[in-house]
Design a protein around this ligand. Structure first.
Ligand code: NDP
Length: 279
């Protein structure tokens, strides 16, 4: 039976460390403010925004919420971002995604100053990660590295297979695992013999967006399995991209859903906000 990688405990540990760091930075005269922009009133986005606000309060930085109606134009949103870019009292800017269809997500991401890009989605942040320069790293993949390291999983020299190549999870995840000296394979919807590819993995990271897609048959005995997926059923019960009851029979370590990768994303957002404060 696999040991559980406890994201709830590890994220609490990180937030505790950040709280101390913020207190020290404040003593030295620094202040931290995260601007969170939400367009429209999508209920799921509302929950994420509230959780981010709570996390800011917990570690001791300010958050400023900007709630624009769903009818807000792209021009209005770009105007607000330009104001926040120029505002020295704001060190982090985040636009809660998704934005309504009439607004182009890429244009919005590109408008945020890379110095305040705490989500790590700006092309300059991604470019810096690619060539190993300092910059903000996308929160979910950064959180997975913390989960692995703080659970004493050796990454160096290991076979890592990542299922999924999205800009916010799969691709930055591959770059981070490469930085940690893993041998990295990125699988996607065109990959042939996915089962065989996954079975090569010492560390299998799944971000495929399909409920319980990865069954026990995809897992090498003793592998470490990281499940990024989040799916909510009609009874509000959460499950992941991995069939947990089968996977836990094969894996040596596994992240549960909920309580695995999920809590790490906000912890790493807070980490990026503290980094922004020190810049
Ligand atoms: P995307 O839908 O953007 O990407 C899914 C990826 O999976 C794509 O690269 C796609 O390949 C690949 N894929 C789809 N079907 C198959 C298949 N049959 N075989 C192999 N690969 C396949 O998802 P995200 O990366 O944004 O998210 C993935 C999951 O993680 C979701 O469940 C999401 O809710 C969750 N998530 C959780 C977070 C957290 O904080 N825990 C944060 C972000 C996401 P192709 O590129 O070829 O289409």
């Amino acid at each position: 039976m696999a040991a559980i990688i406890d994201g709830k405990r590890i994220s609490a540990e990180i937030k505790e460390e950040l709280k101390e760091q913020v207190a020290q930075l404040k003593e030295a005269g620094a202040e931290g403010t995260l601007a969170v922009i939400q367009v429209g009133d999508d209920p799921a986005s509302g929950v994420y925004v509230r959780n981010k606000k709570k996390a800011c309060e917990y570690i001791g930085i300010h958050s400023r919420a900007f709630e624009l109606p769903a009818s807000a134009t792209q021009k209005e949103l770009l105007h607000l971002i330009a104001d926040l870019n120029a505002d020295d009292s704001v060190n982090g800017i985040l636009v809660q995604l998704p934005v309504p269809d009439h607004i182009d997500e890429k244009t919005i991401i590109n408008a945020i100053s890379p110095d305040k890009d705490v989500d790590g989605f700006h092309p300059e942040s991604v470019g810096s990660l690619t060539i190993g320069q300092p910059g903000f790293v996308s929160c979910t993949p950064a959180g997975i590295i913390e989960l692995l390291k703080r659970s004493n999983v050796e990454i160096d020299g290991k076979e890592c297979v990542i299922v999924g190549r999205s800009n916010i999870v799969g691709k930055p995840m591959a770059l981070l695992m490469l930085r940690e000296n893993a041998t990295v394979t990125v699988a996607h919807s065109h990959t042939r013999n996915l089962k065989d590819v996954c079975k090569r993995a010492d560390i299998l990271i799944v971000a495929v967006g399909k409920k319980e897609f990865i069954t026990g048959e995809y897992i090498k005995p003793g592998a470490v399995v990281i499940d990024v997926g989040i799916h909510r059923d009609e009874n509000n019960k959460l499950s992941g991209d991995v069939k947990y009851d089968e996977a836990e029979q094969k894996a040596s370590m596994i992240t549960p859903v909920p309580g695995g990768v999920g809590p790490m994303t906000i912890a790493m957002l807070m980490h990026n906000c503290v980094e922004a404060m020190t810049r």
